[in-house]
Design a protein around this ligand. Structure first.
Ligand SMILES: [Cu+2]
Length: 176
């Protein structure tokens, strides 16, 4: 996990060496999603606290909306969640408009089933959970950690449910 995160940082730095501008979104170093178009299913590997980026408050090494998963509307999303850090973490999909909160309850969940167990308490290090839900409405959503304070500290990324996209894509955009 740590090696992969470092490689991703290096790739972003190299891509932008001397350009001085905001880096363009790119694909992450390691594939974090796989999908099956026939089944309209995308599987997303989400590792909470993956390395030290943003003080460990990250998913897959990305925080503050640096990672965006785009999914065609109506597809099923299966998150393979894992907590890699000693700090308890969780994952919940909420409308992007409410991501900027200190705490989250089930009423904020964007789609039925789009949360890991006991999201406010979080999971301990090494815990894993599979979470599946259907993205039935197009719009802008956020993957947040629902442990109080973590989303405000930047532990959130983006989920865009698109009526235009024909297949999923996952892009990362980290400032140098
Ligand atoms: Cu957290």
């Amino acid at each position: 996990m740590r090696t992969r995160t470092v490689l991703a940082v290096a790739a972003v730095a190299m891509a932008c060496a001397g350009c001085g501008a905001t880096p363009q979104p790119s694909k992450p170093q390691a594939p974090l999603i796989t999908w099956n178009a026939a089944h309209r299913l995308v599987e997303w590997t989400v590792v909470a606290g993956d390395g030290g980026e943003n003080g460990g408050m990250n998913f897959d090494g990305y925080a503050n909306g640096e990672m965006t998963l785009v999914v065609p509307v109506g597809w099923r999303v299966e998150i393979h969640f894992q907590n890699a850090s000693f700090t308890p973490h969780s994952a919940m999909v909420v409308p992007e408009s409410v991501r900027n909160r200190s705490s989250f309850d089930a009423s904020l969940m964007a789609f039925p089933g789009a949360e890991t167990p006991n999201p406010s308490e979080g999971s301990s290090k090494g815990a894993a959970a599979n979470v599946a839900f259907t993205v039935s409405r197009a719009g802008d959503y956020a993957l947040v950690c629902a442990v109080p304070g973590h989303a405000l500290a930047g532990m959130w990324d983006k989920l865009v449910v698109s009526s235009q996209a024909k297949q999923p894509s996952l892009l990362v955009n980290r400032s140098p």
